[in-house]
Design a protein around this ligand. Structure first.
Ligand SMILES: Nc1ncnc2c1ncn2[C@@H]1O[C@H](COP(=O)(O)OP(=O)(O)OP(=O)(O)O)[C@@H](O)[C@H]1O
Length: 336
């Protein structure tokens, strides 16, 4: 195949890239490790492996923050390396579909377009898709013909709450709550209740294993540093403590869903009532969140089968099915 087509969902913690030629989705950490301020040391999952363990001369960072591009130079570098890997070092010109959050400024949206144009990936055509629309398609919703669809995507540092109707976005709100805030809450609770300092990765693992641990009736065994003695220790944390530490953030998400619902035109609200809420994004899998949203809003919650890749799956449907091409658009001033 001469020209490939790529669909990119640039998440803060995970980058997901659909490649048309092999019909697969690459999922890698959106992270870069730079040695001595100017040399690429590692990227993607390999950079994440070193996170919180690397020496001072290796700087490891996320180039995205709160859903927008914070470090353009390193983000371009990452895109170039990932696309080069996908094309097996035989990069040919290609078309790019990139998902963007709705509730960001036009300048921030434009930055996604510029990123692909300037990343050195031989972009022929660059089209933008609203992230929630791609999410809807990835969730198998016929977004072009459906009225009143409420999608909640809980990611790493943001949660996007959107109402779709007939292929467009009616309302959207991006709030700064996601998996990272959940991890921070776990760390703070462990420090407060056990006098123990744990790393970010440990907190994330505890959060991700909560449901399993509860089922097994076990606590989470962690290793950390005792605040008083400064020595490494092992502790078993009760799951109840972890659950309680997350409630505040869950309530923020629920309150924001309610605000969006209050602003929804009544005809669309009726459809949302019938279909319920669609919940996706990696951090939506956290223990009890779906149940609490259901309880807090009184609406049925449909959980995604592919929470991490739902946006990329939606992009793949747009790329493969001409019927959905109209939901992708060129940034003003660029040809479609
Ligand atoms: N089983 C799980 N339980 C709880 N949280 C999980 C689970 N699996 C992944 N996560 C969390 O999901 C988050 C990553 O999700 P996702 O890939 O959707 O985010 P992102 O797209 O990178 O972020 P954003 O949308 O904020 O840009 C991380 O915080 C991770 O800890």
């Amino acid at each position: 195949m001469s020209n490939n087509v790529y669909g990119i969902d640039l998440g803060t913690s995970n980058i997901k890239i659909y490649s048309r030629s092999d019909d697969t989705i690459l999922v890698e950490k959106n992270m870069i490790a730079i040695e001595n301020k100017n040399t690429l040391f590692a990227y993607g999952d390999s950079a994440f492996e070193m996170y919180e363990k690397a020496p001072g001369n290796i700087h490891i960072s996320y180039p995205l923050s709160n859903g927008v591009i914070a470090d353009i130079k390193n983000m371009e570098l990452l895109i170039k390396y990932f696309i080069n890997d996908l094309s097996k070092s035989n990069l040919k010109s290609g078309d790019y579909y990139i998902a963007v959050p709705t509730d960001v400024t036009e300048v921030e949206k434009r930055a996604f377009y510029d990123l692909i144009r300037d990343a050195g990936v031989k972009a022929r055509k660059i089209l933008v898709v609203e992230k929630a629309v791609a999410d809807g398609l990835g969730l198998d919703i016929d977004v072009k013909n459906s009225q009143g669809v409420l999608i909640v995507n809980v990611g790493f540092d943001t949660t996007e709450i959107s109402i779709l109707s007939l292929g467009g976005i009616v309302l959207s709100r991006l709030i700064k709550v996601g998996g990272q805030k959940f991890d921070d809450a776990v760390r703070a609770a462990v420090r407060r209740e056990f006098g123990l300092i744990i790393g970010g990765k440990t907190a994330e693992n505890v959060k991700m294993s909560l449901t399993e641990l509860e089922k097994a009736g076990k606590g989470a065994v962690v290793y950390g540093r005792d605040i008083v003695t400064g020595l490494p220790v092992e502790r078993e944390l009760p799951t109840q403590l972890i659950n309680e530490s997350l409630i505040e953030h869950f309530n923020t998400i629920i309150d924001n869903i309610k605000v969006i619902l209050e602003r929804t035109p009544p005809e669309l609200a009726a459809d949302i009532y019938r279909h319920g809420i669609y919940l996706t994004g990696g951090a939506s899998q956290v223990n009890c969140l779906a149940e609490l949203i259901q309880k807090g809003t009184g609406l049925h919650v449909n959980k995604s089968e592919n929470p991490v890749t739902s946006v990329a799956l939606g992009l793949s449907r747009i790329i493969k099915d001409d019927n959905y091409k109209s939901v992708a658009y060129a940034i003003e001033g660029m040809s479609k």
